[in-house]
Each structure stands twice: as structure tokens, then as C-alpha cells.
Ligand binder design. Structure first.
Ligand code: SF4
Ligand code: SF4
Length: 303
């Protein structure tokens, strides 16, 4: 049977998610809940309704049409009961003002590969390919596997961007033969702080990191730089220590915190947990870049 999965975006002509020009496929579902996450629409593994309050004209057609009685009209606007909603999409189709939108759709691997296959010439000319991202691609291992295997059959280079929190035997190991490159996230060196800021300890992540290294798959380590979470010399030194002995790490990418994802929390009816912090830029960013490049003998980029 063909594996089907839920994706929330396919972005063509990307240049920050692996080498060359790439098509990035964003899969829904993630085991972590990082408090700074800029793609909250990628966290739950099912399609979700976004509510644009500023476009809503309070006609309440959606309230009447919802078979699950999941939409409640309140003075401050609509409230969607996310536990009751089964993502049927009837409210989205019925809204005359475009105030409701579904994020996430079910696709099979063939449909995804059809889009990815449109840019084969660009991949060949630039050394690019496809990157599976999310959310967390290893949250849907069969679907990810089918996309990667299909891409390899088409002669397309493959990369996977992962937080590493997935079972080795069932999800990580079977995918490695089809992944040319692993973009591996390391967010914090301390297990307890990792749990506090992401909802899970980093123990499984570090175990998988070592196993991938022993397997010999090329890796680039991706580090989000987030004020109040991991932006200190001590934490970054700790992350450097975790990777300094690995043989398969070819580089490090620093991803400075930004607040572009914050409005999406409101559309999903959720609270943003990090609070108000400024984007990371300028000299501060260069300081951390140099700290890492001085300690490791690999290129360090800022994305
Ligand atoms: S998607 Fe379906 S169940 Fe969910 S709020 Fe809309 S109409 Fe109701
Ligand atoms: S149908 Fe659209 S405009 Fe009307 S109440 Fe619902 S979300 Fe608002």
C-alpha cells in the first residue's frame, strides 16, 4: 500500500536547507514543543483550521455548518474547540470572507515527488536536491521513507532536517540509506534544560547522533540561537563538546531566533510561550559563530 502523509508546505527554490537549490517538503507532526518554534502549524500531525479574526464578519455561517459543534461565537470572536474538530473542512469551504483556512493536507509520495521532480535541472546545476523538514519528518517515517526512496530512484539528492527525537530501529536507521545528508538539530547541551524548553530531554537525540555518526552518514549540525534559552558561552561550549569527537560532521549552521512565527499562534488559538525577545543579529551573532569555528575544524554558516 502506498504511504500517505500530512504536509503543510512545499517550498521550491530554497537555499538555506542544504547545499544548492532545493525543494523543501514540510511534514506535519513533531514530538517536541520548543517554546520559540516558528512553525507551530507543523507541530500537530493532522490538518488544522486557522482563524483570521480580522477578516471575520461575524456572519456565523461556520458555527451553523460545523457537524461537530466545534465553533463557538463569543463577543471577542470565534473560538474553535480543537479537541472536537476533526478537520473536515466544511467551515473553511463555507466562510464567504476567507477568514478560515486549513493548514495541512494529506498527500501520497507520488504527488510530492511530482512537485519535486519539476526542478531536477536546477538541482543538477547547483548541487541541490530535496530536503524533508517540518515539523519532524521522522514523525511520519513510512511516508518520509517513500519520498526519499522515490527521489533516489529519480537521481535526486536527498537531505533530511531532523530534531533526532525518534526511535532508532523504527524510524532513523531505515531512512539512512536514502539520505545523502542529515541536518541535525542540537538545541541545548543539558538534558533538564532541553526538557524545560522543548518538552523532552536530549538523551535520545544524543544517542541517535552518535549512531548516525557511527553509520557514517554526512551531517551538518543546526543550532538555533535563542535568547534566554541557549545563548550563553556555557551552553554553546557544551554543544561544541558534544560534536567535537564526531567524524561525520561536515559543518555547523547557526539559525538566529526571529519572531516571524509569532502571529501564527494566534491563528491556531494558542499562546506563544517564549514571550517578547528581540531577534539575534550583528556582533552577538558573530561572537557565537567565531566561538564555534575556533573550537571545531569545520565551516560555520549563519542561515
Ligand atoms: S473543520 Fe469541520 S469539525 Fe473542524 S471546526 Fe471546521 S467544520 Fe467543524
Ligand atoms: S463564516 Fe467566516 S466570516 Fe462568518 S463567522 Fe465564520 S469565520 Fe467569520
Amino acid at each position: 500500500m502506498k504511504a500517505r502523509g500530512v504536509i503543510f508546505n512545499i517550498q521550491r527554490y530554497c537555499v538555506h536547507d542544504g547545499p544548492g537549490i532545493r525543494t523543501v517538503i514540510f511534514l506535519k507532526g513533531c514530538p517536541l514543543r520548543c517554546i520559540w518554534c516558528s512553525n507551530p502549524e507543523g507541530q500537530n500531525p493532522f490538518p488544522e483550521v486557522l482563524y483570521y479574526e480580522d477578516r471575520c464578519k461575524r456572519c456565523f455561517i461556520c458555527v451553523a455548518i460545523c457537524p461537530k459543534r466545534a465553533i463557538e461565537a463569543r463577543d471577542e470572536g470565534l473560538v474553535i474547540n480543537r479537541q472536537r474538530c476533526d478537520s473536515c473542512g466544511k467551515c473553511v469551504e463555507s466562510c464567504p470572507n476567507g477568514a478560515l483556512e486549513m493548514v495541512g493536507e494529506v498527500k501520497n509520495a507520488e504527488e510530492v515527488l511530482e512537485v519535486a521532480g519539476r526542478d531536477v535541472k536546477f538541482y543538477r546545476d547547483s548541487g541541490g536536491g530535496i530536503t524533508l523538514s517540518g515539523g519532524e519528518p521522522l514523525y511520519q517515517p513510512d511516508f518520509s521513507m517513500e519520498i526519499m526512496r522515490g527521489a533516489k530512484r529519480m537521481g535526486i539528492d536527498t537531505a533530511i532536517e531532523t530534531c533526532g527525537h525518534a526511535p532508532w530501529e523504527e524510524a532513523v536507521k531505515p531512512l539512512l540509506p536514502y539520505a545523502d545528508l542529515i541536518l541535525y538539530d542540537l538545541k541545548h547541551s543539558d538534558p533538564e534544560a532541553h526538557k524545560r524548553y522543548t518538552g523532552e530531554s536530549n538523551e535520545l537525540i544524543l544517542k541517535n547522533l552518535k549512531l548516525i555518526d557511527a553509520y557514517g552518514r554526512r551531517m551538518i549540525i543546526s543550532i538555533p540561537l535563542v535568547p534566554t534559552v541557549n545563548m550563553s558561552k556555557g551552553v554553546i561550549d557544551g554543544i561544541v563538546r558534544l560534536i567535537s569527537d564526531l567524524k561525520s560532521v561536515e559543518g555547523v549552521v547557526l539559525r538566529p531566533y526571529h519572531a516571524f512565527g509569532v502571529p501564527k499562534y494566534r491563528l491556531l488559538g494558542r499562546n506563544y510561550q517564549l514571550g517578547c525577545v528581540n531577534p539575534v543579529e550583528g556582533e552577538e551573532l558573530l561572537y557565537y559563530k567565531e566561538l564555534i569555528s575556533d573550537a571545531l575544524n569545520v565551516p560555520v554558516k549563519i542561515a
